[in-house]
Design a protein around this ligand. Sequence first.
Ligand code: ZN
Length: 276
Amino acid sequence: MTEAITDLDKLCIHTITTKPWNIETAISKYSKAGVRGITVWRQWLENRDINTVHRQIVEAGLQTVSICRGGFFPNIDKKARQQAIEDNIRSLEEAAALNAPHVVLVCGADPKQSLETSRQQILDGIFAVLDTARDLGVKLAIEPLHPMYADTRSAVNTMKQANDLCDKIDDPFVGVAVDVYHVWWDPDLKKQVRRCGTKKRIFAFHICDWLSPTKDLLNDRGLMGDGCIPIPHIRGLVESSGFKGFNEVEIFSNHWWQQDQDVFLNSIIETYKRFA
Ligand code: ZN
């Protein structure tokens, strides 16, 4: 039985969840609401001095949980692959500046080539940035994405594929980000979460809900409890594998982005306590 959530100690929100808010507003609103963690999407750092942002996060009593996102390694064009590696190195530097323990990898895929080729390029890309990750003390969290995103967003679509990739790399700096939106349907989930647990490789846990029907493949995620994902069950699996980190609310939603974000933040907190 998964333990009920009674406080906000492990609540983290992704800045993209409250997309209309800039970084300063997000920091201030999350902090005032009692949220403890923030996952910073890199777009929120544009035109900002990163050390100032770091200071604001710390002064607000928040912890940077992750940087989103690195990855997008595969490309049919070699030059583009090199640019992706350079961009991933920048993401690691940003994570280090914000004292974030890891960068989340949306690994990427190129529909002009096979998924196998894309997976090989993901492996090559991770190896290419691994020394930098170690030097900076920032880990890399591979997030398997639902197979509907296999064309352009990720050739890593199941927990098994993420585990297999981690086994090939075999480095404590490379692990997995478990996002309920992407893995809830997987009949192999329990087994693969356990497999992660034996290697202590779950670095992050993302929550939201799968709306039925889903109107938009990218931006129609639901609040916890509004869809069909057994979130407490999956959280239980992840926790029993040894994960003790934050529960990160990551909701892309055209619907919610059009609403008053203060009301939305209240709803996040309410539904987090009741349905996560
Ligand atoms: Zn996620």
